[in-house]
Design a protein around this ligand. Structure first.
Ligand code: G3I
Length: 410
């Protein structure tokens, strides 16, 4: 009996939504649940009170200040002061860093974007930039977005300053330079509209192969995940695309997730749809063991990039601007809690089976009965494809279908 209690303890620790997103993601086997942030926002103490909680966000991405325009504003003159503010924040709070980014056609200093380059001169510039920046942050970054958004939506290469001078060769050159400067950092290609099958996803796979064929190291592909409410791919479609990249030998992550409304204000049905869409993204990552985590591109609407880029659109984040949570928060915390519970049941069953090899597995039977006969709590998962947990909700809640993959006690 004592054995049963000790094995069921992990279940209790991750049940319900008292636990936070990162805590649940880790219990479900992921490396992190994270958020982007930016320097200006860090003076908002109500905001940082949430962001600094590593149970909620276990990973931070600097939204701007590691980009080239900030870090090498004039040739050979490097400045990491602003980037360091974010990395120090993450380190003070015990949060993993995804570092972002090294080679991107936007937010370049004009000396790069308007320069006149040959293949040789721009190669040297890329190598010097990466050697300095990756060298500066050596040992601090779990991952680097080495090349960002090299593709047009039709899958052709973006004719930016790098491509125009060097063709696609700038990509493996950048990866090789990053690998030399920090052998421990995971090196990612990062892009949007590659989350679903199509010519752009296929072209991103070709980039992975291009880097591999050049003998350079590429460890991961980042799927930005800037989605629209009601147009987000299903969990199964997202999962199959993640798997098609994993089969190339790389890990994957959702790196910049938000789900925006194209017209405002949202209806309550719209908020449920947004919750379901966020749920699809998290479910897809959970379904793929080589998907290491999910990062939102900031967690509250006040600091979202959407309204300034897409006029009249927004409310894309997990939290409202006043820092209260949306239904999407509960949906993903429930999905993560359900996955964490499954992980705990499965590891409990495994360890129990090992412990009782010479006797009848009474403890194991008791544990699995407890897992399958209990009711699901408010907000918890209660159904969906592949779901083997409780399908009845604790009174007064009822099990409501969110999508084929997820029903929730509401
Ligand atoms: O820092 C200046 C400030 O001095 C000035 O007063 C102000 C006036 O507009 O602009 C400030 O710079 C802005 C910068 O964000 C910092 O806030 C730029 O105008 C603005 O264009 C820039 O937007 C960033 C955008 O990348 C640039 O393309 C967003 O914050 C940032 O969230 C966004 O992030 C990108 C990822 O890096 C790559 N994937 C897409 C994602 C969303 O666009």
């Amino acid at each position: 009996m004592h054995r049963v209690n000790s094995h069921t303890a992990p279940l209790l620790a991750v049940s319900g939504v008292q636990a936070n997103l990162n805590q649940l993601a880790k219990a479900a086997g992921k490396l992190y649940f994270g958020s982007a942030t930016d320097n200006g926002e860090l003076s908002d103490s109500a905001y940082t009170a949430i962001l600094s909680n590593s149970n909620e966000f276990g990973q931070i991405t600097p939204g701007n200040t590691q980009k080239w325009q900030y870090t090498e504003p004039s040739e050979g003159s490097y400045s990491y002061t602003q980037g360091d503010v974010i990395t120090s924040f993450a380190e003070a709070n015990g949060q993993i860093l995804r570092c972002h980014n090294l080679v991107w056609y936007e937010q370049l200093p004009s000396w790069v974007s308007s320069g006149t380059w040959t293949n040789a001169t721009l190669t040297a510039v890329i190598q010097a930039h990466i050697a300095s920046e990756v060298g500066h942050y050596k040992g601090q970054c779990y991952a680097w977005d080495v090349v960002n958004e090299a593709l047009n939506d039709d899958g052709t290469y973006r004719a930016d300053v790098f491509y125009n001078a060097m063709g696609p060769s700038y990509i493996p050159i950048a990866f090789a330079a990053a690998a030399a400067a920090d052998p421990a950092a995971k090196l990612y290609y990062n892009d949007y509209n590659i989350e679903y099958a199509g010519s752009k996803a296929t072209a991103a796979q070709s980039i992975v192969k291009l880097v591999q064929a050049a003998g350079a190291r590429i460890d991961g592909v980042g799927f930005q995940g800037h989605f629209i409410v009601g147009s987000t791919p299903s969990a199964s479609s997202l999962t199959s695309v993640l798997n098609s990249f994993v089969s190339l030998g790389v890990e994957v992550a959702y790196t910049e997730v938000d789900v925006r409304f194209t017209s405002l204000p949202p209806t309550s049905a719209g908020l449920q749809q947004q919750a379901s869409d966020y749920g699809s993204v998290v479910s897809a990552c959970l379904a793929v063991s080589k998907c290491v985590g999910v990062t939102v591109w900031d967690f509250d609407d006040q600091y979202s990039w959407i309204p300034s880029t897409f006029s009249g659109q927004g409310d894309a984040c997990l939290y409202w601007a006043n820092l209260t949570v949306k239904p999407a928060y509960y949906t993903i915390s429930s999905i993560l809690a359900a996955a964490a519970t499954k992980t705990a049941i499965s590891s409990t069953a495994k360890s129990t089976a090992t412990a009782v090899t010479t006797t009848t597995s009474k403890a194991s039977t008791t544990t699995s009965q407890a897992a399958t006969t209990s009711t699901a709590a408010h907000w918890a998962q209660c159904g969906g494809v592949g779901w083997t947990g409780p399908t009845v909700c604790t009174s007064p809640y009822t099990c409501q279908k969110q999508n084929d993959y997820y029903s929730q006690c509401l």
